[in-house]
Each structure stands twice: as structure tokens, then as C-alpha cells.
Design a protein. Structure first.
Length: 764
């Protein structure tokens, strides 16, 4: 049990931990026969522990019983855990074994404190001097798991006047403050180790207090005696132990890192050259000037100095409040945790002045709309921006003959309704005499998720497919010739047109007249599906549409395979947000307000991504890199895999590929993607690409240098591994160009459609 120093006989303050076996079992049985109150919620504690280890899991009663039996590993439930006898309460409480008790009791600390950090804190020893307010500090430190072993010192009893700030009750009156504090801490956690110093500490006993049983890792000093304050610091400095003190009356936290600054003057040098022994020799009245110097430079209202002046006259001691004591305990616990974890190294005086914070016109007040330009879904529905007419697509009247420059511009209007990565619209167009050059705009394509421009080529192919369909439906037969621009070396497609009407394709693919009306109605659906079965004819129609452009479409409907794909692609989504270059590129494309959506005409309207309020919240949190950086450090972020659930809701998962690895392969694959997409839309089915990282993953798999792409090797390896898993699952051939992976499901028209920039912006 806990060691303690005492020269007096103390009331009961230590619990006794018993098992149900042997002599302890006999003692336990005697207590129960003697009428001790019994608190036994072990079964509930065990259930809560198992559920905390599997967040998001919904066990059936039978499944939970199986998991519980497996955890007990053959030990009967009645023999599991510990019985804790609190003699001062005449109560016996049954709790989990120590490690599991600690894990569950601190489980709500995660991820403010990680599991590894919590383990490090358990090994720390904290010494607290002065328990009138220090009782708050000791309890809060123990409650937060900052330290497992405590030494507490105070020579006074609990008085009625202590109850204005100490977490005590009238049942504690007259008890030594050390006993009352220890009881409260043990009632929180019976596995703590607490040493009591009911006579307080002095210059003679400080060494034993700080080093007995091992040197303390942190000292919290909360005593009123100025000389003792100095003694504590002088000895802590010689032992290289940091000291924290909260001046709860004015919100000042003193941090003295004697562990890092062995020559640092005590109390920041505010005592000048006065030593503890010199202060001890002074009468109380002569110590007041030194006490006042501790408040130099500290902003405060008039009530603090007034209280100091009245002390000894109209006041017995300087005034304190429960709110100040609670605030001080919070400051000490937070700073102490950071110090012991190596997250905070500076010494100094830190001031949180509540008088300055809580006053009319205070500058620190947070605006009513802290989100700024990142409004919530609810905020989007209010105000003039949300009610302005929004044109998602340009005018799509088909051009007549002859095909003039205006007619070519109308074909461009059809073309730019194609999808593109992050709605970046990386295209530009040049017009000539019945000729249209469709090119990539290198300034607008992704440099991270699409390092070799493959996704941009796919989007260009989709643009050309739209133009081909629209032109043919209007009586202008297109001829498409891929080429490379001589000046830039960039890929382009040159379209020329001759008068004529397209007949029905020989391969059974949809004719232009069947698809042209769907160009303006096609959209990316990001909502959940209902897993309804596909119409029997739809896969074949989509496969023929893709094959008309030389591509291969694979349709996956097996639920187990879709589940496996959801796990792979969910992990890819998580990685995308936890890798800084990819995170920044993705979040830069998000548009958070109606004004941002309409002004830019590109990017992704966040409401199109938010299939539920929870998803929008996830997006807002994920947009902050410092949050993602922390999740990355603890290998967290499972909530970022939210698209995995959408994949599971699909009727089918499809993979599209094209033969060969030349640039033309991705271009023709894009033409095939748009043909298949329009075919699905015409059948009332939605298509949602879920392969935003596909081209980066494939590039890494084929040997791209991670360093040149700004990736760490571990991240690149994880993405390569996911690519191989996906390739095996979906039957993607290594020598084929990967075009897209998408989910297919029945859905209504999307509530939000991505905007496009004006046609004039694309013309060169």
C-alpha cells in the first residue's frame, strides 16, 4: 500500500484492495456479513471496456456474450476484478483489474491524450504542498491521469471556510486536509499511491518529501507561507524538478523549469537576492512587500489589491473564490501534463485574467459566426446568397448548320459539362474553320494526385465525347485525331466536322440521339444508394458503350467483394487527408459558401459532399491540417473513411480500363467513361467515381519516385500496397491504363450540381 509520513495517528484514509480468494476472500465475506454497503457494477464496467475497444461496433447480445467470454479467458465473472474496501464509507466496491480500470477510466481522454502518453504519465510522481487550494490541483491531476503516485503535504484541518473553494463537504470538517484529500483521490481511483505529510513540510523535511522513494517529477506548490515557497523552490532547483504554482486569485500560473534551467532564480527573480532563510527570519509584516512584488506586472482589477490591503484588518486572509481555484487546478493540470510529456519547455508567468475576459466589449469575444467563410449546411440555406439564381450549366441549344464559330462555341458548352478531378476543368479550346482543338490547361491540373496528368487526359476524353455526341446529334459528323501540340508538347485532340447524320452503331452502343439530352443532366451523385439490383440489361449496355471507345468495363456485384473494395478505398481516402501535399490540394478545391461557389465557378461545393450533417462536420474538421497532423501521429483518422459506407451502399462497383499505357489510352478511356456514364444516367442510375487517387497509386506502383512527388516513402508504400490489392480485386491489368473506379446505384437528381466557368474562359 501507499507509504506515508506521519507522527500522529490518522483516521482511515487508505482503501484495502481484496480478492475473492483465500484469506482476503474470508475478510471480504466478513465485511459483507457485517452489513457493508456493496457497489458491484463489474459486468457493466466490463461491457463498457469491450465497447470502448471497438467503437462503432454494434454487438448483438449473443456477440457481446461471446466477446466477454473470450476476454475472461476461462475466469468466472464472480472471480474477476478487485474488491475495494473503503472503511470510512463502510462500503465495498468491485472494480476492474488495475490496467483495465485505468484504460477505461481514462478512455475519454483520447485523443487529447494518446494511449502511449497516458502510459508515460502513469509512471510520474507528483508532490503537492498546500491543500487548501492544492486539494483541487491534486484531485484534477489524478483525475486527468497526470501521475499515479502522489505526495501531499499540509498541516491544517479542513475548516468550514475552506468549503468556499475546496472540493470538500461538511463531513470532512476537522479532518486533516491530507486525509480528506487522500480519501477523495482514492474514491476516484483505488489504485493510486498516495503518501501523506499531515504535519506539512519544512526546510528540514523537504528533502525527504521530494526524494523519499524516488525524486518527484513535478512539484505543485500552493502554500501561503512565502518563506516555504522559497524553500520549496531552492530544494527543487537543486534536484532539477519543475515547479508549478497557481495564484488563483488573479489567474496567474508560475512555471519554473528547474529541470531545464539549473541556475534559474527562484520565483523568476522577483525576490531579488532574498533567500528562503532570510524570509523565514522576517516578521510577517515585513514579508508583505515581497509578497506584493509577486504581483508586479500582473494585470488585475481593483478587488485583488483591495483584498490584500484589507487582510488582517477586515479580512482574516486574502480572498479566494471557487471559480479561481477550479481555474487554477485546470491550469496546473494542463501545464503539468505538457511538461511531463515534453510538450512544453518554457518557464515564465502566464496570466489568464477573467476580469479582462468577462466584461462588456472584451476584445477576446469570438464572433457569432466563427466559421468565417466555412459556413454550415444550415447557414447555406439563409441569406441572399442562397436565394440567387444559380446556373449550373450553360445554354445547350444545339447549333444549326453551317457550323459557324458560334456553333463551335456551343459545342464547347456541351464539352465542358464533362467531369474533371476536383471540378478543376483543366481544358482550353481553339476554334478554326469547322475545326475545334481540345487541349489540356497545364495550370489547372493536379500536380499531386495526378502527377503525370492521367486524370486530366481522362477528363479531356470525356469533354471530347460530349462534343462528339452533341455534334453528331445536330448533323455534324466528327472526326477525332489525337495529337501533340508542337509548342508545348501537351496532348490535344483535333476535331473536324462534316455534314451528315450518325446512324445506329453496329456494336449496339447507344446512339448520339439517345444520349445528347443527358449531357446536361448528368451529374456526380455522392449520396448513399439503396443496394437495389441493377436492371439485367444495364451492365451489358454500359460495357458496349465503353467498348465503342476501345475500353473494358468490369462490373462487380458480389457483396463480399464490394465490402473488401470499400475497406481498401476507405483507407485510401484516409491516407489522402493524412498526407500533407494531398490534403492541401484537395481542401484547396473545397468551396464553403455560395459566394465562393459562384465566384470561382469551379471546385467542389461542400454541400455536394455532405450526404449528412455528420459528413459536413467531418469535412470542416478535416480541412484543418493541424488536426490531420495529430491524427497522423497516432495512426488515427478512421472517421475519414466515410466514403467506405457509400461504397457499401452501391448496387455495383465498376472498374474501367483501356489497353496500353500511351497517353492516348487514358484519353480514349475518358471517352469511354463518358459514354458509360451517360448510358447509366439514361437508365436512371447514378455514377460516383471513387478513385481520386487511382492515377497517383498507379504511378507509384510503376516506379515513380516518392521524393519527386513530395511523398514520404512509408506513405508511398501504403498507396502502392492499396493499388495492388485493388488491382487484384477488380481485375485491372498491369499493362492497361486505369481509367476510373466508380460505384453505380439508383438515385434521384443531386441537390447540388457543380458549376462551370463561362465558355469564354476556356477559349484561347
Amino acid at each position: 500500500m501507499a507509504m506515508h509520513r506521519t507522527r500522529t495517528v490518522l483516521p482511515d484514509w487508505e482503501p484495502r484492495i481484496l480478492t475473492a480468494e483465500g484469506a482476503e476472500g474470508v475478510e471480504l465475506a466478513h465485511l459483507l456479513r457485517d452489513g457493508a454497503r456493496v457497489v458491484d457494477t463489474l459486468a457493466e464496467q466490463l461491457t463498457e471496456l469491450l465497447l470502448s475497444r471497438a467503437p462503432g461496433t454494434s454487438y448483438t447480445p449473443d456477440e457481446l456474450a461471446d466477446v466477454t467470454e473470450e476476454h475472461l479467458a476461462g475466469v468466472p465473472l464472480e472471480s474477476f476484478g478487485s474488491w475495494v474496501h473503503y472503511p470510512w464509507l463502510h462500503t465495498v466496491v468491485r472494480v476492474l483489474p488495475e490496467d483495465e480500470f485505468t484504460e477505461l477510466r481514462t478512455s475519454r481522454n483520447r485523443h487529447r491524450v494518446t494511449g502511449l502518453e497516458q502510459e508515460r504519465l502513469r509512471d510520474k510522481v507528483v508532490a503537492v504542498v498546500g491543500l487548501a487550494t492544492g486539494r483541487n490541483h491534486a484531485f484534477t491531476l489524478a483525475q486527468e491521469g497526470v501521475g499515479r503516485s502522489f505526495r501531499i503535504a499540509d498541516r491544517g484541518p479542513v475548516a468550514l471556510s475552506d468549503l468556499n473553494r475546496a472540493p470538500a463537504s461538511v463531513t470532512d470538517l476537522g479532518l486533516p486536509r491530507t486525509v480528506a484529500a487522500a480519501r477523495e483521490m482514492y474514491e476516484l481511483d483505488p489504485y493510486l499511491t498516495i503518501s501523506l505529510w499531515p504535519e506539512g513540510v519544512s526546510a528540514e523535511t523537504l528533502d525527504d518529501f521530494l526524494t523519499g522513494g524516488g525524486t518527484a517529477d513535478l512539484v505543485v506548490e500552493q502554500c501561503d507561507d512565502l518563506a516555504l515557497k522559497a524553500y520549496v523552490r531552492e530544494r527543487a532547483r537543486s534536484l532539477a524538478v519543475p515547479v508549478l504554482t497557481d495564484t488563483e486569485a488573479c489567474g496567474v500560473l508560475d512555471v519554473e523549469r528547474f529541470d531545464l534551467e539549473p541556475d534559474r532564480p527562484v520565483l523568476h527573480g522577483l525576490l531579488g537576492g532574498t533567500r528562503a532563510a532570510d524570509l523565514a527570519a522576517l516578521p510577517p509584516a515585513d514579508r508583505v512587500p515581497h509578497t506584493l512584488r509577486l504581483l508586479d506586472g500582473v494585470g488585475h482589477g481593483p478587488r485583488l489589491p483591495a483584498g490584500l490591503l484589507e487582510t488582517g484588518h477586515t479580512l482574516v486572509s486574502r480572498p479566494r473564490l471557487a471559480s479561481g481555484a477550479a481555474l487554477g487546478a485546470a491550469l496546473v493540470a494542463d501545464a503539468g501534463r505538457r511538461i511531463l510529456l515534453g510538450q512544453f519547455r518554457d518557464s515564465g508567468r502566464y496570466h489568464l485574467d477573467l476580469d479582462a475576459v468577462f466584461r462588456d466589449g472584451a476584445p477576446g469575444r469570438i464572433p457569432a459566426d466563427p466559421a468565417g467563410d466555412r459556413g454550415t449546411a444550415g447557414e447555406r440555406g439563409a441569406g441572399p446568397s442562397a436565394t440567387r439564381p444559380r446556373t449550373a450549366h450553360p445554354e445547350l441549344a444545339l447549333p444549326g448548320t453551317p457550323l459557324t464559330e458560334e456553333g463551335l462555341h456551343r459545342l464547347v458548352a456541351y464539352g465542358i459539362l464533362a467531369p474533371s478531378p476536383r471540378n478543376s476543368q483543366p481544358w482550353r479550346f481553339r476554334t478554326g474553320d469547322r475545326i475545334l482543338s481540345c487541349e489540356l490547361d497545364p495550370e489547372r491540373r493536379s500536380r499531386r494526385a495526378d502527377p503525370h496528368g492521367r486524370a486530366a487526359l481522362v477528363s479531356l476524353g470525356a469533354v471530347v465525347s460530349n462534343i462528339e455526341i452533341a455534334a453528331a446529334a445536330a448533323g455534324h459528323l466528327p472526326t477525332t485525331m489525337p495529337s501533340v501540340q508542337p509548342d508545348s508538347g501537351e496532348f490535344a485532340a483535333l476535331l473536324s466536322f462534316t455534314p451528315g447524320r450518325a446512324g445506329a452503331p453496329d456494336d449496339g452502343a447507344p446512339a448520339p440521339a439517345e444520349l445528347v439530352d443527358w449531357i446536361g443532366r448528368r451529374a456526380t451523385h455522392r449520396g448513399p444508394g439503396d443496394r437495389s439490383a441493377l436492371p439485367a440489361a444495364l451492365p451489358g449496355r454500359m460495357e458496349r458503350a465503353a467498348a465503342s471507345r476501345g475500353a473494358r468495363l468490369t462490373t462487380l456485384t458480389d457483396r463480399a467483394a464490394i465490402e473488401e473494395a470499400a475497406e481498401i478505398l476507405g483507407e485510401v481516402d484516409r491516407l489522402r487527408l493524412l498526407i500533407r501535399p494531398l490534403h492541401d490540394e484537395l481542401t484547396a478545391a473545397l468551396r464553403w459558401t455560395p459566394d465562393a461557389v459562384e465566384t470561382s465557378g469551379d471546385g467542389i461545393d461542400v454541400t455536394a459532399l455532405a450526404d449528412s450533417p455528420g459528413t459536413l462536420t467531418t469535412l470542416r474538421l478535416a480541412a484543418e491540417w493541424h488536426t490531420m497532423d495529430f491524427l497522423r501521429s497516432i495512426d488515427g483518422g478512421r472517421a475519414l473513411e466515410c466514403r467506405a459506407g457509400l461504397i457499401r451502399s452501391a448496387s455495383a462497383l465498376c472498374a474501367l480500363s483501356a489497353p496500353g499505357l500511351a497517353e492516348e489510352s487514358w484519353f480514349h478511356g475518358g471517352r469511354a467513361l463518358q459514354q458509360a456514364w451517360l448510358t447509366a444516367a439514361a437508365a436512371g442510375f447514378a455514377l460516383h467515381p471513387v478513385s481520386g487517387m487511382l492515377h497517383l497509386m498507379a504511378a507509384l506502383e510503376r516506379g515513380a519516385d516518392p521524393g519527386e512527388l513530395g511523398l514520404e516513402h512509408a506513405d508511398a508504400r501504403a498507396l502502392r500496397d492499396r493499388m495492388r490489392e485493388l488491382r487484384d480485386l477488380l481485375g485491372l491489368r498491369p499493362d492497361d491504363a486505369e481509367i476510373a473506379v466508380f460505384r453505380l446505384f439508383r438515385a434521384q437528381s443531386p441537390a447540388v450540381r457543380s458549376l462551370r466557368r463561362p465558355v469564354a474562359d476556356f477559349l484561347v
